[in-house]
Ligand binder design. Structure first.
Ligand SMILES: Cc1cc2nc3c(=O)[nH]c(=O)nc-3n(C[C@H](O)[C@H](O)[C@H](O)COP(=O)(O)OP(=O)(O)OC[C@H]3O[C@@H](n4cnc5c(N)ncnc54)[C@H](O)[C@@H]3O)c2cc1C
Length: 377
């Protein structure tokens, strides 16, 4: 058995296989020199906590199976995540709710009046299927909320005009309610953070008998890891095939970590900054998360400034455009044909945008399916 990529998905599949198939040997090859992929965490002396250098990672899921698995492998600190947008010096809860409408249309509006005003502004943009983020956003929240909270946010996050991105960029992240419920994931039954950081949990998963790690090895279809019956690939799908049908168009985000005077530090753990005049699109203040170790005692706070472009803690992501979706489907169709030969594609390398809950569920299913198959002679 082999696995390509030692991120969340690769390591959960590896751990599960060794638990489900006693005696199995799993080789995990990882291109970089460290474990954890996007979920890697690092000890930070300043805060005395584990920091996720590629940005805050909160698990929010309604899947009992996912939650039970994680809780069996780390102590979870229950925490319901809140994310805010910085708008004219105020923090407005996301997803958009009554407070966002009040910030733009007037503080004294009640929910009914707020709905009437937004519906009136959005009505001219309805009646046709949305083709872009801009279409979807204008039809859903109207031009004023779009300009205040969506346009700058999306442009700075993706480095592309929202009129060029697929509507799912809006529908998967934004929405509008007329309530004051300021939870970022209001529908997720279970939410929390791992007590020692995701990286510590993933190191423990990798440290099981039967798992062998090979760091610093980039695998591909041309140079696959040795395996007898099955190989799970979690690395980027187009790179696996040597980009032979073309490379998916990607953008980068990077988080730059700085000690910031406490008076200038954000007042919430995760804040987005839709204002085009602000160079970064999101800030992370891990000291404000629960379980964040000792409170910062000096006059500075550690803040991660996330902006479009390259950097030390860079994350590449596939642009959500119709052309990319088509190309991705071509690679995925090709990947499916290889499944009977034991090559399975899983994780962000093939799905691109899954959150941790979905990624963990996929990893558990992948391991169960594979174990069943491998038990059959
Ligand atoms: C900025 C950001 C913030 C996020 N925040 C949250 C959050 O708060 N909550 C949430 O639920 N989800 C969040 N997510 C999603 C979460 O990070 C993913 O669901 C999860 O990390 C996916 O894990 P993975 O193993 O599929 O991918 P990855 O973590 O990308 O792991 C893939 C691994 O494969 C390795 N690799 C790549 N190419 C090769 C190769 N050729 N050979 C060998 N190895 C290779 C990589 O180095 C990496 O270690 C966030 C994602 C991003 C981008």
């Amino acid at each position: 058995m082999a696995i390509v990529g030692a991120g969340l998905v690769g390591l959960i599949v590896a751990e599960r296989l060794t638990a489900l198939l006693p005696g199995v040997q799993v080789l995990v090859v990882e291109a970089t020199s460290r474990l954890g992929g996007l979920c890697a965490s690092q000890w930070n002396e300043h805060l005395g906590v584990n920091v996720h250098p590629r940005g805050t990672h909160v698990l929010a899921t309604s899947s009992r199976r996912v939650w039970t698995y994680i809780a069996a492998n780390t102590r979870v600190i229950p925490y319901r995540h809140r994310v805010y947008a910085s708008y004219q010096g105020e923090l407005v809860p996301l997803p958009l709710g009554l407070e966002a409408v009040q910030a733009v249309y007037g503080a004294d509006l009640d929910a009914e009046r707020a709905r009437v005003l937004v519906e009136r502004d959005a009505a001219p943009y309805r009646g046709k299927a949305p083709l872009t983020v801009e279409d979807a956003a204008l039809a859903s929240v109207g031009p004023r909320l779009y300009e205040a909270f969506v346009h700058g946010h999306v442009t700075k996050q993706w480095g592309v005009d929202p009129a060029k991105l697929s509507p799912e960029v809006f529908t998967s992240r934004f929405g509008l309610t007329y309530t004051r419920d300021n939870q970022y994931y209001p529908d997720a039954r279970y939410q929390g953070l791992p007590a020692g950081g995701w990286g510590s949990m993933l190191h423990r998963l990798a440290d099981r008998p039967g798992i062998r790690l090979e760091l610093g090895r980039a695998a591909s279809a041309e140079d696959p890891p040795e395996y007898a019956r099955a190989c799970v690939v979690t690395s980027p799908i187009d790179a696996w095939f040597g980009f032979d049908r073309g490379a998916l168009e990607r953008r980068s985000l990077a988080v730059e970590w700085r000690r910031t005077p406490a008076s200038e530090a954000p007042r919430a753990a995760t804040v987005t900054h839709p204002d085009p005049a602000v160079p970064y699109y999101r800030t992370h203040a891990p000291g404000l998360l629960p379980g964040g170790g000792p409170t910062v005692t000096d006059s500075t706070a550690l803040v991660g400034y996330e902006r479009h472009g390259p950097g030390e803690y860079q994350v590449d992501f596939v642009l959500r455009s119709p052309a990319n979706q088509q190309l991705a489907d071509t690679y995925r169709a090709r990947a499916r044909q290889l499944a009977n030969g034991g090559l399975l594609f899983a994780g962000r390398g093939a799905t691109f945008y899954d959150d941790m809950g979905t990624s963990i569920a996929a990893a558990l299913t992948c391991a169960t399916t594979l174990a069943r198959r491998l038990r059959t002679p």
